[in-house]
Design a protein around this ligand. Structure first.
Ligand code: ADP
Ligand code: MG
Ligand code: ZN
Length: 603
């Protein structure tokens, strides 16, 4: 059915509005007629107020309605039990009477009209639903209620392969087995091997999960049904479930194939915690998904891939054997992986000689594949802006800063006093970075306001790839964060609100040390940090604190002690380096931004 979706909602509202108007009108006329009584009418006749009367007899005679016209130009109506009697009365008083015909209610009006009205309202409602659906699916498929919206991608000109996925060597090896199976299922079935039905790719956003899933399909050269978890979640209950059913039906027709559910956390959240009672739409969809995955046989040639960056909120049922029994974690790339990814994206970008990808890889710990791609793209944009046909190291550095702190807002006007405060604040951070052995050296210090709302920034070299933090390093982090406020206090005897985010991050680190990492003697090695800080609806609504008020008080005290100690230590270091603090602030005021070399020359 190809119909242009139009906005049924507006029509529906219009109809309801009309009905309301009609109701109001009826109500009004009714009360009118009640207000005027037979007694008043008789009195008006006696007083000679009545000019003329029109009689509308009802179908069920002798009842009827009188339309009474007064001499003063007003009119009213009166329902009477016997029009004949009234006619006699009026004749006696010599008031002109107009007798209308008894209305013959047509068959149409009495039977068809109500039915027609109901039908019209129903049709309008259906149109409204349909246009909503069509709007949701972004097309004019007005009747596609439960159809799946998976995009079938079979090869095509831009087929991804494993070669497009840089790094991730072990992960690719693990998945190679699945590719093999999709290519030659017979080989595996003969030896009785059981191939997993579902593979869950898990890892932070931008690490290449979606890319990897596409590459599997490309390598195996099989149909690839890709759908995003949020596509299942619709406003109408049952639509998601029927989409799942439909998706697997299509997949079975096309086997061997891959079904890829991206961002599966949208459907597969823990059940039984929804806000709308036990059986909300998402649960039905998840149940259907589980049923479908149980329903197809092993080695049937369908492999369900799913990706998520929130395994912790997935329903445990989805991870049971026979469903997503293979879990592949994809982490942020290490230094080798970063270099490979950089090489992939540098391929079509002319680089100057001074660009050293190995060095960029060294300084970008924590960057994901998507970040690295973005870094090189930003560099290219900066190069193009300065009308160069190649990217040089300076462009990469600028892009790096832009990604870290947002674009610098040189045009923002900052008063001299504000600049001075900012210069000392940043110098305080920078000195601690330099002095404390566990902290990374300073990359840039600047008092140019940034797009993210900071008055300045101290940017260290990125942290090295480390598996874990030590207690000493965490204390140093707190000290560095407090450095800005300490410098302000020492120099200006007054403090500003500019240090609020520093204070927040210091507190957060200290609290984690106490509640999560067991780094405080008084609290001991007990985890009081329930499931991380991120609150999400569905689980934490029903969340209660597992420890007593007393422990909570002790934790707060312990956190305060850590922060206070760090404050004192950091203050001591800055006071010992007061000369450098002044020199650094002066240099910042002069140049606005200083580099690593300029800063280290101060010591
Ligand atoms: P995810 O699904 O894990 O959030 P994507 O697969 O969508 O991440 O990756 C986003 C982009 O980042 C990709 O389009 C690709 O350009 C880049 N990317 C990420 N990881 C890699 C990698 N290992 N090799 C090449 N490109 C990558
Ligand atoms: Mg993705
Ligand atoms: Zn600061």
């Amino acid at each position: 059915m190809k119909k242009k979706p139009f906005n049924g909602g507006i029509i529906l509202i219009f109809v309801i509005f009309l009905l309301l108007l009609a109701c109001i009108y009826l109500e009004m006329t009714k009360s009118n007629s009640r207000a005027y009584t037979r007694v008043q009418f008789l009195a008006d006749i006696a007083a000679g107020n009545v000019l003329q009367v029109e009689i509308d007899p009802n179908e069920q005679t002798p009842t009827g309605r009188l339309n009474i016209y007064f001499k003063d130009g007003n009119s009213t109506i009166l329902y009477v039990a016997d029009v004949g009697e009234m006619e006699d009365l009026l004749d006696e008083n010599q008031i002109p009477v107009l007798m209308n015909n008894i209305p013959q209610d047509s068959w149409f009006k009495s039977y068809m009209l109500p039915i027609l009205l109901v039908v019209i309202v129903f049709v309008l409602f259906m149109v409204f639903l349909n246009s909503q659906m069509a709007a949701a699916s972004g097309g004019n498929k007005a009747m596609n209620f439960g159809k799946n919206r998976a995009r079938l991608e079979v090869g095509g000109p831009k087929k991804a392969t494993f070669a497009d996925v840089a790094g991730l060597k072990e992960e690719k090896e693990e998945l190679a087995e699945i590719v093999e199976f999709l290519r030659e299922p017979g080989k595996f079935i003969k030896v009785g091997a059981r191939i997993p039905k579902g593979v869950l790719l898990e890892g932070p956003p931008g690490t290449g999960k979606t890319l990897l899933a596409k590459a599997i399909a490309g390598e195996a050269d099989v149909p690839f049904f890709s759908i995003s978890g949020s596509d299942f979640v619709e406003m109408f209950v049952g639509v998601g479930a029927s989409r799942v059913r439909d998706l697997f039906e299509d997949a079975k027709k096309n086997n061997p194939c891959i079904v890829f559910i991206d961002e599966i956390d949208a459907v597969a959240r823990r059940r039984g915690t929804g806000m709308g009672g036990g059986h909300d739409e998402r649960e039905q969809t998840l149940n259907q998904l589980l049923v479908e995955m149980d329903g197809f046989k092993e080695n049937e040639g369908i492999i369900v891939l799913a990706a998520t960056n929130r395994v912790d909120i997935l329903d445990p049922a989805i991870l049971r054997p026979g469903r997503f029994d293979r879990k592949i974690s994809i982490g942020v790339p290490d230094i080798g992986g970063r270099e490979e990814i950089l090489k992939v994206y540098a391929k079509n970008k002319p680089l100057a000689e001074d660009v050293n990808l190995e060095h960029i890889a060294q300084t970008t710990a924590g960057f994901t594949g998507a970040d690295l791609e973005n870094l090189l793209n930003e560099s290219a944009l900066i190069a193009a802006k300065s009308d160069r046909e190649y990217i040089c190291d300076e462009d990469v550095k600028k892009a790096f800063i832009k990604m870290g702190v947002g674009t610098e807002k040189k045009s923002r006007i900052v008063s001299e006093q504000e600049k001075r405060i900012t210069a000392y604040h940043e110098a305080g951070h920078a000195i601690l970075h330099h002095v404390l052995p566990d902290m990374e050296p300073v990359y840039t210090v600047s008092i140019i306001p940034t797009g993210l709302g900071a008055a300045g920034y101290t940017m260290p070299l990125p942290e090295k790839d480390e598996m874990f933090l030590t207690k000493g390093k965490m204390l140093h982090k707190i000290m560095v964060a407090l450095g800005g406020r300490i410098a302000e206090e020492l120099i200006f005897d007054d403090i500003t609100t500019g240090a609020s985010s520093d204070i927040r991050s210091a507190t957060r680190v200290a609290r984690k040390m106490v509640t999560r990492y067991g780094m405080s003697d008084n609290i001991g090695t007990i985890n009081y940090d329930e499931e991380g800080e991120d609150v999400f609806i569905g689980r934490d609504l029903a969340h209660t604190r597992s420890h007593s008020e007393m422990v909570a008080g002790k934790i707060d005290q312990e956190v305060k002690e850590i922060v206070d100690n760090c404050y004192q230590m950091a203050k001591k270091i800055i006071m010992e380096n007061e000369g450098i603090l002044h020199k650094c602030a002066d240099l910042l005021l002069e140049k606005e931004r200083i580099t690593m070399a300029e800063f280290e020359a101060l010591f």
